[in-house]
Design a binder for this molecule. Structure first.
Ligand SMILES: Cc1ncc(COP(=O)(O)O)c(C=O)c1O
Length: 444
């Protein structure tokens, strides 16, 4: 019997997921195409491994178990699964074709639309993935400035210039690794000290879960400009979510270049680079960044429809309201239970994160317990509230009632020091984001 979204008496049965996983392990290396969706982020042995259907904010795994989804495809499902307006736009385009032998009118139409929405979008370029556009931005910044070094902060995708400075940098030449450096978010002084005439660009996520300090982004823009360094906002998460135009609109700070993907086409693969015409025009001749599927029309049609839907339904405002309800209610609950020193919901409402810590306890074990218990109640959860337009008040209240039932048991287990004993599957793995010691050094 499949589980539903209710206080089920048992964990979901996941035989089909497990069998598929075993088959996959025989032929796939790696087993997952996206780490955040892979088995390391869901407790092995208790969590479903494969999903096959979604509607609104609900998903069904291959064994037929139903869940409210708080991961939402790791960001792209800003509206929800199978939204009729978006699916119709894709289906209409499908009748005419997917990929063509010449450019498609939607390339122009969507670029015009993006220009209206995103403050720095004097010029627009499309591609397929987040890594495509962050890498294109870094390359064009190097070309424009005639400099090589990159300062970065956050996650920016799988390409050499960024992954070379992480713990997964094997296969990348040392010479490249020596050109990228990381800095601590909100630490303006360290950036000021390190910026010199060798730095092509500073690329950062304008916020992740920590809020930018008053004036940080503005000052960053000013020091970059004074140094002849281009400022790039990686708006993969913030774009079309905190505001239609992303953090640059929300904070009123215009970067030279900005990159978008995830939420812009409600699940279809599209990425967008926006920026100054004098920089972007280097792509016309000097700088190469082209790809066969770059003008694929289903994604362009999906993006047009997604943006239209977001505008008519004020989606960023709705996400802010729903997300704040989840965040505030969770934090109130933690306070009422005397657990605010153990857990809190941090970040901006549109995408918040749940944190767990207690002296002598492994945070991942605490998180695994929460995930396990939420799964039993029909909630697919990776420690985030990735809000989408389709999360209903009922979904949210139900999820809060699940938290209210589980958190006191977590508290009890922490006090008894037996959280790990209560786990029925494997402990979650640390999220891959680790950066090695390539921190920027102040200039002497
Ligand atoms: C901030 C940020 N930049 C870049 C990327 C890379 O995007 P993609 O996985 O589409 O290449 C991601 C992906 O999660 C991201 O979160």
């Amino acid at each position: 019997m499949a589980n539903h979204v209710e206080f089920n008496t048992q964990l979901p049965q996941i035989e089909k997921s497990q069998a598929l996983y075993q088959r996959g392990l025989q032929v796939q290396h790696p087993i997952t195409q996206t780490l955040a969706k892979g088995p390391g982020q869901f407790s092995k042995g208790v969590a479903p491994v494969y999903l096959k259907k979604g509607k609104g904010a609900r998903v069904w795994d291959v064994d037929g178990n139903e869940y409210i989804d708080f991961n939402m495809g790791i960001g792209p499902l800003s509206l929800g699964y199978c939204i009729p307006e978006i699916d119709n736009a894709i289906q209409e385009q499908l009748k005419d074709g997917i990929t063509f032998s010449l450019m498609h009118p939607l390339e122009v139409e969507l670029a015009e639309k993006i220009k209206q929405i995103i403050p720095n979008a004097e010029a627009v370029k499309f591609s397929k993935t987040g890594a495509d556009v962050t890498s294109a931005a870094v390359r064009v910044a190097r070309a424009f400035t005639g400099r090589d070094k990159v300062f970065c902060c956050g996650y920016h995708g799988w390409h050499d210039w960024y992954i070379g400075i992480t713990s997964r940098g094997k296969g990348i030449p040392e010479a490249l690794k020596n050109l990228s450096f990381t800095f601590a978010f909100n630490d303006i002084e360290s950036i000021k000290n390190a910026l010199d005439e060798t730095v092509a660009c500073v690329i950062l996520e304008p916020f992740i879960f920590e809020k930018p300090q008053e004036g940080f982004l503005q000052e960053l823009a000013e020091i970059c400009q004074a140094n002849g360094t281009l400022l790039i906002f990686d708006e993969m998460w913030s774009g079309f979510r905190i505001a239609m135009g992303g953090a640059q609109e929300y904070f009123g700070v215009k970067p030279d270049l900005a990159t978008y993907s995830k939420a812009c086409a409600n699940g279809m693969p599209l990425a967008i680079l926006t920026g100054r015409t004098d920089v972007m025009s280097l792509f016309d001749n000097e700088v190469f960044s082209f790809t066969t599927f770059g003008g694929e029309a289903l994604s362009l049609a999906a993006s047009m429809a997604t943006i239209e839907f977001m505008e008519t339904h004020q989606v960023p405002e709705v996400l802010a309201i729903k997300g704040a309800f989840m965040q505030d209610s969770y934090n109130q609950l933690a306070k009422d239970l005397g657990m605010h020193h153990i857990t809190s919901c941090v970040g901006y409402p549109c995408r918040s994160m749940l944190t767990y810590q207690a002296p002598g306890q492994d945070a991942l074990i605490l998180k695994t317990f929460m995930q396990q218990e939420l799964l039993q109640k029909g909630i697919l959860w990776g420690g985030f509230h990735n809000m989408c337009y389709s999360h209903t008040q009922e979904d949210m209240e139900y999820t809060l009632s699940a938290y209210a039932e589980i958190l006191p048991r977590l508290k009890e287990a922490i006090e008894a020091d037996n959280v790990q004993i209560l786990l029925k599957g494997e402990v979650l793995e640390a999220v891959f984001r680790k950066v090695t010691d390539h921190n920027i050094k102040p200039r002497i």
